[in-house]
Design a protein around this ligand. Structure first.
Ligand SMILES: Cc1cc2nc3c(=O)[nH]c(=O)nc-3n(C[C@H](O)[C@H](O)[C@H](O)COP(=O)(O)OP(=O)(O)OC[C@H]3O[C@@H](n4cnc5c(N)ncnc54)[C@H](O)[C@@H]3O)c2cc1C
Length: 413
């Protein structure tokens, strides 16, 4: 147990693990096959298991203690170990109502929503009755720089009119997806960080068209998918604007603080499961007169993967701890460090595990290929690692200019 972990977190971890062993792992393959053969439907067991998890108190565990009445009472550190368990199966977090992008959207409604937003959207989301999507990324601009977002949100009397084209909108085809949070420009002439706003858009509003599905490698993450979205003269009440005009960046910062580390937490679960698979296979197979587990190359791989996972896990816990103790702003550098180092690790270790499995590794006979696809896609979700490296490097260099404690000497003759 790490110094950051608590007894309460360990108890919850045992309960989540037990729930997954009992109900989720046994139907993992069945749900995977179902989602390929019935792309627009939710496997019937999903709602059944959600009700069971809720009844057992394993529900909304992601909502940290500073969210008051909406909190499940766990700290980010306590949630981190649970998210690691859930992350081992792509769809498991939905069973516990802890899946992206709903988690980020619930945080937005809880933190910045009006009473009306809370009643109409937050409560049903917290109850797991509806699902949601977050529409920021656009095909026509480099969206890792959110200042580029072009969708227009224009005030017209008591309404706002939205026009734009989005893509990579996750979850929009989920049968229960009923609301989107849209990012767009309310004032193109304002200073660059004050141009964007966020607005609530109910699914099915006239002018909204859910477009084609985008594949992540060759998968579609059915039934929610990631889609193109066309917004043509979409009208919503002015009260749907969140927080106020020009405050989109402020909300984005709040939305992607803890949410960013959720992906990292889950990817540690992915990496750990891949390492477990790697070890199992190495102990089962032999070639050239040797057990795989006796081969130096395999032992090196296993040992190095273990080291990388441990480093990633400790960094994740340390970041979660800093958020708990000092807030997301104080953890900014650590959050960037996570994105840069932990997120790519998921796909790297799954890739190595696939290699140890030979041809079977890339097939659908084991979950590694699905895990790889998901882990690889996570290198973009919430911003590519290069953007975080760019920002972290810039911040560290700037700070170094004013740090009197830096002890550097030039031994110039
Ligand atoms: C599975 C999946 C789910 C997603 N879900 C959502 C969602 O629900 N809602 C949503 O709005 N978006 C979603 N996205 C989109 C994701 O957030 C964007 O793809 C991401 O922010 C990058 O934007 P972009 O695709 O426009 O890439 P660009 O901004 O065009 O960047 C392309 C590449 O340029 C490089 N780059 C960019 N900036 C820098 C820099 N400063 N320094 C060095 N290199 C740099 C990076 O390598 C980057 O990958 C999802 C994406 C995926 C793959």
């Amino acid at each position: 147990m790490s110094i950051y972990e608590t007894k309460k977190g360990q108890e919850y971890k045992a309960r989540v693990k037990n729930f997954m062993d009992k109900y989720i792992y046994p139907i993992e393959h069945e749900v995977e096959v179902f989602s390929r053969t019935n792309p627009s439907e939710l496997h019937p067991q999903i709602e059944v298991l959600k009700a069971k998890a809720k009844a057992e108190g394993l529900w909304n565990l992601f909502m940290p203690v500073n969210y008051g009445e909406y909190s499940a009472g766990l700290t980010n550190v306590e949630y981190a170990v649970l998210a690691e368990e859930m992350g081992k199966i792509l769809w498991a977090s939905e069973i516990f109502n802890c899946n992206a992008p709903d988690t980020g959207n619930m945080e937005v409604f809880a933190k910045y929503g009006s009473d009306e937003h809370k009643e109409k959207y937050l409560n049903p989301l917290l109850n797991g009755e509806i699902r949601s999507a977050f529409l920021m990324t656009e095909p026509d601009v480099a969206s890792s720089d959110a200042r580029n977002i072009q969708t227009s949100i224009v005030r017209d009397g008591d309404e706002y009119v939205i026009n734009g084209r989005k893509w990579w909108s996750s979850n929009v085809r989920h049968p229960n997806c009923q609301v989107y949070i849209v990012m767009g420009k309310t004032d193109p002439d304002a200073s660059s960080y004050q141009q964007q706003s966020m607005i609530v858009l109910p699914a099915g509003t006239p002018g909204v068209t859910v477009g084609r599905k985008l594949a992540t490698l060759n998968a579609f993450d059915n039934p929610g998918c990631h889609c193109e979205m066309h917004l043509d003269n979409v009208r919503v009440p002015a009260a749907n604007l969140i927080l106020g005009e020009g405050r989109g960046f402020e909300i984005a910062q709040g939305r992607l603080g803890p949410g960013r580390i959720h992906h990292a937490m889950r990817l540690i679960g992915v990496a750990q499961r891949a390492l477990d698979y790697m070890c199992k296979r190495a102990n089962e197979r032999n070639a050239f007169g040797k057990q795989f587990s006796e081969m130096g190359v395999i032992r090196q791989l296993v040992a190095k993967s273990y080291c990388e996972i441990q480093k990633a896990r400790q960094l994740t816990l340390m970041t979660a701890y800093t958020i708990d103790q000092e807030g997301a702003k104080a953890a900014k550098d650590l959050i960037s460090a996570l994105k840069i180092s932990v997120i790519p690790l998921g796909s790297k270790i799954v890739d190595d595990a696939m290699q140890v499995f030979g041809g079977m590794g890339i097939s659908n006979d084991i979950p590694l290929a699905t895990m790889y696809t998901h882990a690889r896609a996570m290198r973009y979700a919430d911003g590519p690692e290069e953007v975080h490296a760019h920002q972290l490097g810039r911040n560290l260099l700037k700070r170094a200019l004013t740090r009197p404690d830096i002890d550097t000497q030039y031994f110039t003759p």
